[in-house]
Write a new protein. Sequence first.
Length: 163
Amino acid sequence: MTVEASRPARSRQAMIFRCNTGCLPFALHAAGRIDRLTPGRTFDICICHGEEPIVVPGSLSPLDVRLIRIDTTGLFTGLRPDPVRTHDVCLRLAVTQALAADYDRIIYLDSDIFVQGGDFTALLGFDPGNHPRGGVRDIIQWRTPGRRAEQFRGLPISVPAFS
């Protein structure tokens, strides 16, 4: 796996979005909300992408978003990509491994969220105890909580099931 970034990490903590050009406006809207809700923030806001390059408009440069291209070098081969589910969709599964040298704490957020409020510094400072990962259920897990996506079974990474 190779990683190329628009700038060095400025913190050991990051809020991470994964997107392509189609999702970029949504990710930038959420990043802007987080930035406005956290004056003087001490964490990076990053947008990760893979196969398709992305560009943040100059008018949004004050957000100081770190763009990160992750080349998974075939890690997701065989996952049945289609026009909607490209290899870039799977990047969220590789983010912690790809960015382990830069960040001690990562919170991954989907690009299509609406950020209403919250203390993101406190969230990044939350002590998860002996649980290195946490998550919330996506719509598919709400419907079938014990389901593990078939396409993840052969990956050389750990994808936890929700119970």
